[in-house]
Each structure stands twice: as C-alpha cells, then as structure tokens.
Design a protein around this ligand. Structure first.
Ligand code: G3P
Ligand code: MG
Length: 250
C-alpha cells in the first residue's frame, strides 16, 4: 500500500523546499532539496488576483518579501518582480516568487515527488481554479508523482469528485475520531501534525491502503521513530540531516 515504493526507508519531502537552508518556496529551496537528497518537495499554492497559481505560504506578502498586502490583491506580473529571498539572506536576493508552472517546469526535469498544498484561506479555489492546477500537472506529466493536500477538506472533496485521478492528502492538526473513516470518505491519505501520530494510527490507515506523511519532522530521532512505525514519508525542513540520521551516519 501507500508510497514506500518497495523500499524500506521513509520518503523525505522537503517542506517548502529545503527551507532550513534556503528561502522557503523558491526555486533555490527546491534545488537545495534535490542536492540534499530529498525524495520530494512540499510547497504551498495560492492564486494571484488574476487567477495564476503561485507558490508562497503566507496569505500576506510581508514576511517573505518587501511588499505589503495580500497575495490575492496582486496580479502575477507584479508578484513575479518581488524579491522573495533577501528576507532570508542577502545571498538569495535574486530569488523570486515562482508560479506553479515555474516549479513544475523545473520539477519535470528531476525525479522528485511533489506535494502540492492548496492554501484556500481566501476561498478562491473553485472548480475552475482547481482545473488550472490539474491542467498544469497534466501538461508536465506529473500527475503520477503528485499528492495534493489541503487543510480545506471541502476542497479535497471537490477534487475527489472532479479530478479523481489526482492523489489527495488530508492535512490535519486534530486527532481525528475514526481517522480511517474520515480519510476514506475523501478517498485520501493522511498528512497529520506529527505529535498526534502513533503506531496504531499508522497500522489502521495502512490496513485501508492509506499513506501517512507527518509534518513537520525536523530531528533525526523523531524521524527514526516514525520510520520504525512504518510511516510512508515525513515532511521536513532539513532533508539532508534526516537522510543522514535515517542512514545511521549521525
Ligand atoms: O503540508 C505540510 C505543511 O506544509 C502544512 O503546514 O503551514 O507549513 O503549510 P504549513
Ligand atoms: Mg505547506
């Protein structure tokens, strides 16, 4: 079941890219994730005012750019000019907010798995907007290696109905009552906050063919504990460090 692809080791998805070492959700962070040996990248997608899917975490621009206001108040051509790197370090001042298409065009040339997280605080991801995301995944032939996750579970239900070929992940901080029934209703995997994950939870979900990919997992001993529980993947800011820990190199 799930996505351990026949190997024994837990897959490592770089959270917003290798966000410990490069500015989150930029191509620099995704390249760094590849360099560190990540199996996949997780990144956050919102819509610009003119409906372009863009890769950025916060609804507001202030933390990771020098601009003010909300992502969904800016058109893509203006977002694309913003400096999305120097907040992290001056050496990344040439980094820009990528569009989803920028990331997929690059990812297509790698073997990375993708975890596309849809941020829907503004409620703008209707069927048309979801269709744009799916069309881009199809255009770059990436559907097979992608899981689309969201804290907006209603959105996952729309995805299940309209685009069932796309794998889904339920993002969740809560400890779900009857998690196997909940994710089963959405025909999805579970992406739980790491503190709620137990061996029983993993077993119950695996018995139904559901993968478990906790977030965020940023130290080696926690990663080893999850590997022992049989989780399918972890989502981490530090893929290189976790790779070394899981391989017993540290
Ligand atoms: O997808 C896992 C994780 O990214 C969810 O939280 O806030 O980092 O997007 P956040
Ligand atoms: Mg995320």
């Amino acid at each position: 079941c799930a996505d351990r692809s026949g190997g024994n080791s837990v897959l490592l998805y770089a959270h917003r890219g290798a966000s410990q070492d490069a500015p989150e959700n930029t191509l620099a962070a995704f390249r760094e994730a590849l360099r560190q040996g990540a199996d996949g990248i997780e990144f956050d997608v919102q819509l610009s005012r003119d409906g372009v899917p863009v890769v950025i975490h916060d609804a507001e621009l202030g933390r990771t750019t020098r601009a003010k206001g909300f992502v969904n108040e800016w058109d893509w051509e203006d977002l694309a000019r913003l400096d999305a790197g120097s907040w992290f370090s001056d050496s990344f001042r040439d980094e820009r907010i990528p569009s989803l298409e920028d990331v997929l065009r690059w990812a297509r040339m790698t073997e990375l798995r993708l975890n596309v997280e849809l941020k829907n605080e503004s409620g703008r991801f209707d069927r048309t907007a979801l269709g744009k995301v799916v069309d881009l995944l199809r255009k770059y032939d990436l559907v097979e290696r992608t899981v689309v996750s969201s804290f907006d579970h209603t959105l996952l239900a729309v995805l299940a109905r309209e685009f069932p070929e796309l794998r889904r992940g339920v993002l969740c901080f809560a400890r779900l009552y009857r998690p196997e029934a909940y994710v089963g209703a959405l025909d999805a995997d579970l992406h739980p906050f790491y503190l709620g994950v137990t061996k029983d939870l993993v077993s119950v979900l695996h018995a139904r063919g559901r993968a478990v990919r906790p977030f965020p997992v940023n130290d080696g001993s926690t990663a080893r504990a999850f590997a022992a529980m049989g989780v399918d993947a972890v989502i981490t800011d530090r893929p290189g460090e976790l790779r070394a820990a899981l391989e017993g190199r540290v």
